[in-house]
Design a protein around this ligand. Structure first.
Ligand SMILES: CC(C)(COP(=O)(O)OP(=O)(O)OC[C@H]1O[C@@H](n2cnc3c(N)ncnc32)[C@H](O)[C@@H]1OP(=O)(O)O)[C@@H](O)C(=O)NCCC(=O)NCCS
Length: 191
């Protein structure tokens, strides 16, 4: 990984084996259209589809803090050289002991950008970014038992499976288990 250059390449980037460059960058106003699509197009976000959401929420949140809040936020996954917004990664603060904080991350790529080696690199980049800029020991991510793509993507990003969270979420008409993964600060980065 190397540091980005210029205002549109703040976080860093990594070259994929096939020549694709994946970059994380802050959300910009034109990205809000993609967020609105994820909010109102059934299934576009994948298994995390939870019904229609307020399409005005992204503009309000962007106006508030640019999706860069101290407790949670989003970064755009940009594919280059197209400079296309391929999707986004998210992070949210949590705690188990009431004192130390950890991050829980998430990701959603647009369908046309899936399966091209972008997802695992984006999640590995996000871990490196969060470990560099906050003193957390732990980054975790939950996924669905049937989401083989995300499981493999997390493993390639340096995460390890911790276990099953029973009845973790109400989704698609039923309570469903989740699988919890984590990457600790001392675990090796694959980048
Ligand atoms: C899940 C997601 C982030 C994975 O990112 P991606 O860019 O599609 O995946 P990658 O190209 O980085 O693939 C990583 C590995 O997973 C494998 N993989 C990817 N999608 C797969 C699928 N649907 N089934 C089986 N394996 C899959 C790849 O082959 C690769 O493994 P390999 O290098 O051994 O071949 C992306 O598909 C996505 O955004 N899906 C919809 C939203 C979602 O499910 N988010 C996670 C919610 S918990």
């Amino acid at each position: 990984m190397e540091s980005g250059e210029g205002s549109a390449s703040v976080v860093g980037h990594v070259h994929a084996a096939d020549g694709i460059v994946v970059r994380l960058r802050p959300v910009a106003e034109p990205d809000l259209a993609m967020f609105r699509r994820f909010a109102v197009e059934p299934g576009l976000i994948g298994l995390d589809w939870a019904g229609f959401r307020d399409p005005g929420a992204p503009a309000r949140r962007y106006a508030e803090d640019g999706y860069l809040g101290p407790e949670d936020g989003r970064l755009i996954v940009q594919a280059e050289p197209e400079r296309a917004a391929a999707g986004f990664v998210s992070y949210r603060s949590g705690t188990y002991d009431g004192k130390a904080r950890h991050w829980e991350i998430g990701i959603a790529l647009l369908p046309e950008w899936r399966g091209r080696g972008i997802g695992w690199r984006a999640q590995a980049l996000l871990c490196d970014y969060l470990f560099a800029h906050s003193p957390v020991q732990r980054v975790q991510a939950g996924t669905h038992p049937e989401n083989v793509g995300e499981q493999r993507s997390l493993e390639k990003a340096g995460f390890r499976l911790e276990g099953v969270i029973r009845a973790a979420e109400f989704r698609a008409g039923a309570w469903r288990d989740g699988w919890l993964y984590s990457r600790l600060r001392d675990d090796p980065s694959p980048l």
